[in-house]
Design a protein around this ligand. Structure first.
Ligand code: E4P
Length: 218
């Protein structure tokens, strides 16, 4: 399973990259607004750090403007994945960019039918939002299962399921059990995967016992 960081925080991105746990980055207009940085130079900086796909989202909603924005974002770097909303205009831009060889991430997916449309539009990634469905008492992980099942029936669909709106480690683990291709999450959720009290307790015991040997490996 690939791990994308759902952030534009450069320090967090660098840390995960150095840890060897980073396969890509996703951003959205809310993440960019929170950063307080200029969008294009920020995406350029992230693309320089990360080898994998970096999602940069269009800001407009009409086809003409979105198409121009998509072309501009695609030109930033080879590893930019242009992010478009799951609307008729967004999917038209998705098809257009995908046909030219640009990776497209279709965002704001909340139903299996929407995911089917994105695959037909040639999306490199579909982003079903698990946490936001859970927030309204719908089963976000069931959507992941449904989309994977539909895509498996059609070998000619190349679209990867990118689990988005992740709130906790169980979202990652359950999605991995289902075989989802990618998960994007806040760095803190990836870091939570490292933790287990028995690991901490076991390590403390090994450190103490090693001291008793009086030896040094180096
Ligand atoms: C990523 O591509 C999505 O924009 C993001 O995961 C949404 O997360 P949120 O629902 O926590 O805002």
């Amino acid at each position: 399973m690939k791990f994308f960081a759902d952030t534009s925080d450069i320090e967090d991105i660098k840390k995960l990259n150095e840890a060897g746990m980073l396969d890509g980055v996703t951003t959205n207009p809310s993440i960019i607004a929170k950063s307080g940085r200029d969008f294009i130079p920020l995406i350029e900086e992230i693309c320089d750090i990360v080898d994998g796909p970096v999602s940069a989202e269009v800001a407009s909603t009409d086809y003409e403007t979105m198409s121009k924005e998509g072309a501009k974002l695609a030109a930033i770097a080879d590893n930019v994945a242009v992010k478009v909303p799951l609307t008729p205009a967004g999917l038209r831009v998705c098809k257009e960019l995908s046909d030219k060889g640009t990776m497209v991430n279709v965002t704001l997916c909340f139903s299996p039918g929407q995911a089917l449309l994105a695959a037909k539009a040639g999306a490199a990634f579909i982003s079903p939002f698990v946490g936001r469905l859970d927030d309204i008492c719908q089963d976000g992980l069931q959507l992941i299962s449904d989309v994977l099942r539909i895509y498996e029936n059609y070998e000619y669909f190349d679209t990867q399921v990118l689990v988005a709106s992740v709130r906790n480690p169980l979202h990652i683990i359950d999605s991995a059990k289902m075989g989802a291709h990618v998960v994007t999450c806040p760095p803190k959720v990836i870091h939570q995967l490292y933790n287990h009290p028995l690991t901490d307790k076991g390590l403390a015991g090994f450190v103490e016992d090693w001291k008793k040997t009086g030896q040094s490996i180096l």
